[in-house]
Design a protein around this ligand. Structure first.
Ligand SMILES: Nc1nc2c(ncn2[C@@H]2O[C@H](COP(=O)(O)OP(=O)(O)OP(=O)(O)O)[C@@H](O)[C@H]2O)c(=O)[nH]1
Ligand SMILES: [Mg+2]
Length: 357
């Protein structure tokens, strides 16, 4: 059977691919691209193909998307990605690509990457990590430009995660992204005779135009499970949809529940989510009774969401004026304005004596 394929771009993409490998995501081909000469973690490097996209002695892009894009296109024109594209063609659709929107390498190269795949008729789903509203201007501008370019490129279905404020520990959001991948690759559903989420259901969900979000929770009792699921829906890393969004869009959903009395608990667990959805096209279900287990596990996919808010700027970038701007040369007293130094004598040890004129 064809394997899934994930491509991680830039630092963020690389870290999330690495987290997928460490969490044991199987049946998957992994590629990572970054503008660093070497990225070596012995635990993961032999499970992915790492392609450095560096053009000269400089690594990184300095948050410069144009540079990221140019580096990618240069390597693409030299055939560096031929094998990766071939693997994308032969892999199970869709291709998942992960990148931050704020940097330069990933945010720049994801555009030609998606463009090439789309031109080959291969479905690609970007998972984008956006900055938080407190991150600097370049990060926000890069994000806005990326969204516009991805939309022009013909990206239809995508997912967004937003970094937390003042956060330097990315493991939490990265793990949520890994969890999303497990959910959309169908790795979280136990077999059941009752009802099930199968490959065609996931395929339908992953073709719904717009953003999709996934949430999952574990707990020892049903009220806690429901609470945790709702907390993640409203306050998680994926932007929540508003009641106005719900009015304007028709959603596709997929819910799974494993619990000792899953058939009875199903309605309760997903009640808060379902209450927020007004127009529902289809709801796929995977309900598994696990009488022997004390733990209950729930997952949800909501697809068909509108685009998210991106912090916008009404000001242009304001370039600082030059080093001597607005200053004028001062007139000095004539006795200190002599200009020329002359050697008047050289002593035997080579020391020079000067005189001002
Ligand atoms: N969630 C998450 N965010 C990250 C991670 N690494 C960096 N970031 C954030 O992503 C943004 C920078 O993107 P990077 O992925 O580092 O950029 P890049 O694609 O390598 O591009 P360069 O600018 O060339 O380095 C910043 O807002 C960081 O806070 C990560 O592993 N996970
Ligand atoms: Mg980088």
């Amino acid at each position: 059977m064809a394997r899934n394929i994930i491509v991680g771009l830039g630092n963020t993409g690389y870290n999330i691919v690495e987290a997928c490998i460490l969490k044991g995501l199987s049946d998957t081909i992994f590629y990572t691209l970054d503008s660093q000469t070497e990225r070596v973690n012995l635990d993961t490097i032999n499970q992915m193909t790492y392609i450095p996209i560096i053009a000269d002695e400089k690594s990184g892009s300095g948050r410069n998307r144009e540079r990221g894009k140019a580096l990618y296109e240069y390597h693409e024109s030299n055939g560096v990605f031929d094998k990766m594209y071939e693997d994308c063609e032969n892999a199970k659709a869709p291709v998942i690509v992960i990148s931050s929107s704020a940097g330069g390498t990933g945010s720049g190269s994801i555009v030609p990457f998606c463009k090439t795949l789309i031109s080959k008729g291969i479905q690609v789903i970007p998972i984008i990590v956006t900055p938080n509203d407190n991150d600097p201007m370049a990060d926000q501008m890069n994000t806005e430009d990326l969204m516009i370019e991805l939309s022009e490129t013909g990206v239809v279905t995508y997912s967004i995660f937003k970094n937390m404020k003042n956060d330097a520990n990315y493991a939490v959001v990265n793990n949520d992204i890994v969890e999303q991948i497990f959910i959309i690759f169908g790795k979280r559903y136990k077999k059941t005779v009752l009802d099930s989420i199968d490959d065609s259901d996931l395929d339908a969900i992953l073709n719904v135009p717009g953003r999709f979000m996934t949430i999952s929770a574990k707990a020892n009792d049903i009220p806690s499970l429901k609470k945790e699921l709702t907390r993640k829906l409203i306050g998680g890393f994926q932007p929540m949809f508003t009641p106005e969004d719900a009015d304007k869009c028709t959603f596709f959903t997929a819910y799974s529940l494993e619990s000792p009395y899953a058939k009875e608990d199903y309605v309760t667990v997903f009640e808060d989510i379902r209450d927020r959805i007004k127009n529902l096209y289809v709801e796929y279900k995977n309900i598994v009774d696990t009488p022997e287990s004390g733990e209950s596990i729930a997952t949800a996919i909501i697809a068909g969401l509108p685009s998210t808010h991106v912090k916008q700027f009404n000001t242009e970038y304001m370039e600082a004026n030059g080093i001597g701007y607005g200053m004028k040369k001062n007139a000095r007293p004539s006795f200190i304005s002599r200009r020329k130094a002359e050697t008047v004598a050289t002593s035997s040890n080579g020391e020079k004596k000067f005189n001002w004129k």
